[in-house]
Every structure is written in structure tokens, then in C-alpha cells.
Design a protein around this ligand. Sequence first.
Ligand SMILES: C[S@@+](CC[C@H](N)C(=O)[O-])C[C@H]1O[C@@H](n2cnc3c(N)ncnc32)[C@H](O)[C@@H]1O
Length: 203
Amino acid sequence: MDDHAARRGRPRRVSPRLYDGVAGALDRMGLARLRADLSRGLRGDVLEVGAGTGRQLPHHPPGTRVTATDPDAGALALAARRSPATRTVMAAAEALPFDDGSFDWVVCALVLCTVREPATALAEMRRVLRPGGRLRALEHVRSPNRALARAEEIVTPLWGTVAGGCHLDRATGETLAAAGFSGVTARPHLGGNVLLLEAARPL
Ligand SMILES: C[S@@+](CC[C@H](N)C(=O)[O-])C[C@H]1O[C@@H](n2cnc3c(N)ncnc32)[C@H](O)[C@@H]1O
């Protein structure tokens, strides 16, 4: 495959500063309230996967020992500036560079829509949790409304190329339910288009 063919259809990296500005606007429009729910009650060793520019980091409770990962070095640099106490590690969710059972909590915000292999990413998140440790994820998902879900399917190939590989049509709740966690719950927001998912690594 030549370079042009290889580039065609590949998601374009979103400038971290541009993303941070858009995400800041969404936070002010109400996303910050969901971010507070995502971080509520976390304790101990916390891994945030796909932390991006670190917009979730200020929500994590005081006293938590937070490690933030992302494959984008520019985004992680902004995250480190936003939260200097956080350990930042460049890594993809599908290959987390941590020992089995390293964390009490794994969290992610708006990441499972974007990772290349959600099932592999969830297996990695489960692996690095201590037995009984918990995963919490805030995700936009495939709409429960059939017409909207169909529109998401149609728009996703184009949307993904300009939005860093984001999929509008992923059934992330179902993927999590099949990923070997126990006690999976999904709290719906915005008519079920956004879910706050939680699950535990079995003991
Ligand atoms: C929509 S942004 C969310 C950023 C941040 N979690 C937030 O709440 O603002 C998606 C993030 O997923 C990251 N990402 C993309 N592919 C990834 C992968 N394979 N593993 C982990 N993170 C990934 C991107 O670099 C980006 O920072």
C-alpha cells in the first residue's frame, strides 16, 4: 500500500489545544456534572485511561494516587500542566504498561468510543485492576433510538476521520457486559445516549 492509500481514511489527530477548548465548552454546558459523577468516591490507586488533556483529573478526590495514560504526548503534556501531582504515562489502552492487579480503580471518560479495539482495551483494564477493583467509564454510545442509531452509523466513517477516530455508534455497554467483569451497571443520561458504566473485576 502506498503512503497516500495508507493515509486515506486514517483518523486525523485532533490538536490537543483545539480539543481542550471544545471540551471546556462542553464542560460548561453540563459535562462537568457527569465528570463529577465519574470521579465520585474513587480512592487508592487510580488509573485514568485516555486522559487526554486532563479535563477529568481535577475531579478526582484528594488523597487518590492517580496515573494518567494517553497515546498522545501533546495531550499528556497539557494534562501534566493541569495536574502536576498526576503521574503521566504515554500508552494505548490496548497495551497498558502496568503489572496485573496494580490499581483499585480504572476510569475513562469518552475513550472507549475512540480506542481501536474496545474488547482488548477492556481486557487490559480488567487485568491491571486488583481483584474486586472497579472500572467506571463515562461514554456516549449507540443511540437506543433506531433512527438516530442508523444516522450514527452513516455519519461515523466521516466523523471518525475528523474527530480522532471517535465512533458515534458503539454499543459500549454490551461490549463491557461481555468483557468478563461482574456486577455491570449502566446509569443512562441524555435519553440513554450517554452512559455512566460501572463494573468490578471478579474476586
Ligand atoms: C474524546 S478524547 C477524551 C479525553 C479525556 N478523557 C477527556 O475526558 O477529555 C479521547 C482520548 O482518547 C485517546 N485515545 C485514542 N486512542 C486511544 C487508545 N488506543 N488508547 C487510549 N487512549 C486513546 C485520545 O488521544 C484522546 O485523548
